[in-house]
Ligand binder design. Structure first.
Ligand SMILES: Cc1ncc(COP(=O)(O)O)c(C=O)c1O
Length: 387
C-alpha cells in the first residue's frame, strides 16, 4: 500500500527520444503535443514496482490472466459500482480497440449495420467496415453547452439490419458521463430493436468532480446486462496504454462464446507486463488515483478559463477524461490544426472524430506545459484581426 505521498504531477518527465507516439509527431519542432490520449505523467510507483518485480523474474513466457488479477478486478467492480461480476465473464484483451473490432466481428453478419453517435473516438468509425459491417452515424446534439443523445433521431435511423450499438461512456471526445436516465433510454431503444450494446468504458476512472458518477451500462438491469459487452482497461486512468492490457465483461454465455470465437487466430494473448501492471494499478494505487483526479480538475479549470478568454472559441465542460473538445467553427480557420501547430501547439483535428470545426486538446500533462500551450493559443487567436 502507498503511504500519503505527493506524486508531483507538475514535474515534467522528458519523453523526447523515448519513441513516444505523442512526442515524436513533432520531433525537432517547437510544438507542444496535446493530441493523442496518453498523459505525460509517470505511472503510479506501485505499478512501476510491480513491473520491476516481474522483470526481475527474467522469464517472459506465454502468460495466462493471473487468478489474483481476476479477483482484484471482480472486487473493484463490486466496490466501485456494486456490480457482481463472475471471474469467468472476463475476457482479457491486448487493447480496447481490439475489443471494438472483435465486437463488430462477433455480432451479426456481413453487411449488417452498426450504429454509433458522433463525434466519436476514430476507431469506432473504422471498426464496422473492418468486419464488413456498415456504419450508421447519428450526431450527438449540443444543447446549452452540453452534449446529449438525440433519441428520436437515433431510433429513426435504426434499420432492420442494425445489430450493434457502439457506445462510449464516459465519452471521448465530448467528455460526457451519461446519466442513468440517458443510459436507460438508450438501452430501452436497443432492447426494443434487439441490438447488442458494446459499451467502451475505458475512461470510467477519470471522473472530474464529485457530481459525476459512472454507471456501467450492464448494471442498469439483468436484461441490459445480457445484451452488453463492456470494455474496460486500466490504461487511461493509470497511464499504461503502451502496455496493452484490457478486458471485456460479458455475462451472457452465448455472447461471450461468440466474442471469444471472433478473437480466434488474430488476437494475441496479453503480455506478462501488462497483467502485472494492471493488477498493481487496480489494487494499490488509490492515493495516486485520487491525486491524479485532483490535478486533472485543476488542469481542466485552466483550460476552461483560457478558452473563455479566446473568443470565439467555446467548449463544454468535460465531466470526465483529460480531453477538451473545443469548438472553433466561428473562428474562420480553414485548417485549425495547422493554425495551432504554427503557433506551437499540436491538437487533434475534429474531422478524425466526424466532428469538423472542432479540435481536441489533451490536458493530461504538467500544469506549466499546459499553461505555455494555452498562452501560445491565446497569442495566435489574438492575431486574428476580425475578433
Ligand atoms: C474511447 C476509447 N476507446 C479505446 C481507446 C484505446 O484503447 P486501447 O489503447 O486499449 O486500444 C481510447 C484511447 O484513447 C479511447 O479513448
Amino acid at each position: 500500500m502507498e503511504s500519503k505521498t505527493d506524486f508531483n504531477f507538475g514535474i515534467p518527465v522528458e519523453r523526447r527520444n523515448t519513441a513516444s507516439m505523442k512526442w515524436d509527431r513533432y520531433k525537432g519542432r517547437d510544438i507542444i503535443p496535446l493530441w493523442v490520449a496518453d498523459m505525460d505523467f509517470c505511472s503510479p510507483p506501485a505499478v512501476i514496482d510491480a513491473l520491476h518485480q516481474r522483470i526481475a523474474h527474467g522469464v517472459f513466457g506465454y502468460t495466462t490472466p493471473p487468478e489474483s488479477l481476476n479477483t482484484v478486478v471482480v472486487e473493484r467492480l463490486q466496490a466501485d459500482y456494486g456490480w457482481a461480476v463472475q471471474p469467468q465473464w472476463l475476457v482479457w484483451l491486448p487493447g480496447l480497440v481490439t475489443g471494438l473490432n472483435v465486437a463488430c466481428r462477433a455480432v451479426g453478419r456481413d453487411n449488417d449495420d452498426v450504429m454509433t453517435a458522433v463525434p466519436i473516438y476514430p476507431p469506432f468509425l473504422t471498426a464496422p467496415a473492418n468486419s464488413r459491417r456498415r456504419i450508421i452515424k447519428v450526431p450527438l446534439q449540443e444543447k446549452d453547452n452540453r452534449w446529449k443523445f438525440d433519441f428520436d433521431r437515433l431510433e429513426s435511423a435504426i434499420t432492420s439490419r442494425t445489430r450493434l450499438f457502439l457506445l462510449c461512456n464516459p465519452h471521448n471526445p465530448v467528455g460526457r458521463v451519461f446519466t442513468r436516465d440517458e443510459l436507460t433510454a438508450l438501452a430501452a431503444i436497443c432492447e426494443k430493436h434487439d441490438i447488442i450494446i458494446c459499451s467502451d468504458e475505458i475512461h470510467c476512472g477519470l471522473l472530474l468532480g464529485d457530481d459525476n458518477i459512472h454507471l456501467p451500462t450492464a448494471t442498469l438491469g439483468p436484461e441490459v446486462a445480457q445484451r452488453t459487452i463492456t470494455l474496460m482497461s486500466p490504461s487511461k486512468t493509470f497511464n499504461l496504454p503502451g502496455l496493452g492490457c484490457a478486458f471485456a465483461v460479458i455475462c451472457d454465455e452465448k455472447l461471450r462464446r461468440q466474442f471469444i470465437k471472433a478473437t480466434s487466430g488474430i488476437v494475441p494473448l496479453v503480455n506478462a507486463l501488462g497483467f502485472a501492471a494492471a493488477e498493481a494499478a487496480y489494487r494499490d494505487c488509490a492515493d495516486w488515483h485520487a491525486q491524479l483526479l485532483e490535478y486533472l480538475c485543476g488542469n481542466r479549470e485552466m483550460v476552461v478559463r483560457a478558452i473563455a478568454d479566446m473568443p470565439p472559441l467555446t467548449m463544454a465542460l468535460p465531466e470526465a477524461t483529460y480531453l477538451a473538445w473545443i469548438d472553433v467553427r466561428s473562428a474562420g480557420l480553414t485548417n485549425p490544426v495547422r493554425f495551432f501547430e504554427d503557433a506551437g501547439v499540436g491538437l487533434q483535428d475534429g474531422i478524425e472524430f466526424d466532428g469538423p470545426g472542432f479540435v481536441r486538446l489533451n490536458f493530461g500533462c504538467p500544469g506549466p506545459l499546459l499553461e505555455q500551450a494555452l498562452e501560445r493559443m491565446k497569442s495566435a487567436m489574438g492575431t486574428l484581426t476580425h475578433f
